[in-house]
Design a protein around this ligand. Sequence first.
Ligand code: 0GY
Length: 309
Amino acid sequence: MDRPTTGGFTKTPGWLDWYDGPSKPELKLPPGAVDAHCHVFGPGTEFPYAPERKYTPCDASKEQLFALRDYLGFARNVIVQATCHGADNRALVDALRASNGRARGVATVRAEVSDALLQELHEAGVHGVRFNFVKRLVDFTPKVELLEIAARIAELGWHVVVYFEAADLPELWDFFSALPTPVVVDHMGRPDVSMPIDGPEFKLFVKYMHEHPQVWSKVSCPERLSHSGPPALYGERRPYADVVPFARRLVEMFPDRVLWGTDWPHPNLKGHMPDDGLLVDYIAQIAPTQELRRKLLVDNPMRLYWPEE
Ligand code: 0GY
């Protein structure tokens, strides 16, 4: 289906639209399950994309996100500010306010952000900021500025979400260790899953989590990390087999510090757009018991994003 981005914005050539006909998951999610990593994009007519963005996505509205939440069987969302909106969090805040308390957020702010704006974000349901180190997505921000932001948001009880490539962990290690808040790593620090699970790269990430009890990991995005697929495994309902051991290792070693999310509407995917129903069934492979799934999908995200409940 052609869904051109509107509001004077044209999608980046080759941009894959999110998949509009997800299957119904076979896995029954525990009551109160949280999709702890997803985004809203625009719509561009209402919430313009940021001038400094590295891509222009297709629109993906809050109504579409909430419909997917209900269809898949989730109760709540954690909406993460994506780089195409820069530090303009209006689309995020709009979605949070429309969610009737069923969504919380992770924002992007610059060092010059006012206390009043931080307070407004807090009241809307923001509980964290995202620091992005993926070079294809953002321009460089000096670490001293990030540390200033971290010190200010720590006072609000927020945490820091970090997104980086596995090869950059050694360089970022000391900076992450200096952060005064819980640190949530996106997508397991993006391991190369063609490498052995006990090889130096993933071992370093496991060591990092082991040595830092304040560090959490999202065990999400097999569709980004997989070399084995789908598409070949569509229909089989056990997709992304090559990523499973990595995610399962973290779920079993750190059951109280893992989160999971769909990553809808799946920015910057090349090759295939995942069926979100299949992604939910993937959870059964990485968290094989009901207890692990309850921690991953309910207890852990509730502790971080709805601590008052
Ligand atoms: C993700 C992934 C990506 C993009 C962003 O903020 C963003 O633009 O997060 C990516 O391209 O890997 O997980 O949302």
